[in-house]
Structures are given as structure tokens and as C-alpha cells.
Design a protein around this ligand. Structure first.
Ligand SMILES: [Zn+2]
Length: 68
């Protein structure tokens, strides 16, 4: 039960926690790099936290259609 562990590859993908690939480090794949990038961008250019108080919308009964 002994697995060769690369000390240099100690860094793991922050997305899935998989060992990072040299090509896409610190991510394990190109997809993860994109995900992280999107997260970063969305965090900068967009505010995910949107708190708005919405009044209780009164439900309106839909008009009944008469079948002729
Ligand atoms: Zn990954």
C-alpha cells in the first residue's frame, strides 16, 4: 500500500481537489481553470448578493376562457 506521491505536485486543484496538472496548474484540467476564472470574473464584475424585499404578490385568478 504505498503510492508514489510527488512532493512537488503537492498543490491540488482548488475546484475538485484533484492533483494539479503541470499544464493547467494549479488546476487539474482546463475546465477547472475556466471555472475558477469565471468565478473570479463574476465576483469582480457582478455582485451575487442581491437582497431585495419583495411584497407579497397577490395572486390573480386567470380569466376563464369560454370554449365555443
Ligand atoms: Zn480541477
Amino acid at each position: 500500500m504505498s503510492k508514489p506521491i510527488d512532493v512537488r505536485a503537492a498543490k491540488r486543484c482548488p475546484i475538485f481537489g484533484k492533483p494539479a496538472v503541470e499544464r493547467y496548474r494549479p488546476f487539474c484540467s482546463r475546465r477547472c481553470a475556466h471555472i475558477d476564472l469565471n468565478r473570479w470574473l463574476s465576483g469582480v464584475y457582478a455582485v451575487p448578493v442581491v437582497e431585495s424585499e419583495e411584497d407579497d404578490a397577490a395572486e390573480r385568478p386567470d380569466g376563464e376562457e369560454k370554449a365555443g
